[in-house]
Ligand binder design. Sequence first.
Ligand SMILES: [Zn+2]
Ligand SMILES: [Zn+2]
Length: 270
Amino acid sequence: MDHLLRGSLRNEMKHCLYCLAPLPEHFQWKNVFLSETTLLCETCRNMFTPLPKNVCPKCSKPLQKGEETQCHDCIRWEKSTHWKGILEHNTSFYVYNDDIKDFVARWKYRGDAALALVFKEKLRRLYLQNYVDYYPVPIPLSKERFTERGFNQSALLASFLATPYTIFEKLQWMRTHRTYRKLKEIAPQPVLHALRRNIDEKKQSKKSRYERLTFTKNPFVSVSSHEVSVKGKKILLIDDIYTTGMTLRKAAYRLKEEEAASVRSITLFR
Ligand SMILES: [Zn+2]
Ligand SMILES: [Zn+2]
């Protein structure tokens, strides 16, 4: 993954990663910490609208009028005997709006992989706070899609969680677990590439909405081998966007079939 990112960093540390405007000098020293505040100019940073405070505690969707404790979508999912309990929780960071659509298009479809770095710090912070014992599993692309794009954005995001902890992160780890451990023994969980995607989305999108949503069409298959076994493990699915929640649930379904103990997800946009 690193080779995708290194080049841009060397050249653009002094410029906004998105619009290339020069960054104010007092930001530049902070570039060791990669985050939206050190990589993007103020204008580009403002594209990212954090989700409001009042969101569904289960899926991060902003709550509508009449929704008090959970959103209607979650209530509906949990009423279905097929989907009940499959995806326990989703956390998202930002609202998916028109600016973000452009951002995502450049990131994913026009191959600007380095834009993923904007989310690195935020992802790691959330992981350290809530998910240190979860194994990151990226939502895979189909083979065709991967060849077309050259990288999988979800795998890139997941790889951020599996890079070694800094000393500060290790201390936070101990606080989170409320246990003492030798620093060298504290390491993040490895990324498990536990899923494969067989169905090409292009062909999928020609089908009717009903066909796409029906649970018989699951594009994912689990990769079963000893190294990527999810049995008994807590799994954290990683993807860029949560729209209907169907993709994540289909992926989670496969992981549950393989006896994953729990499946949660982090998605950047909601
Ligand atoms: Zn900018
Ligand atoms: Zn919800």
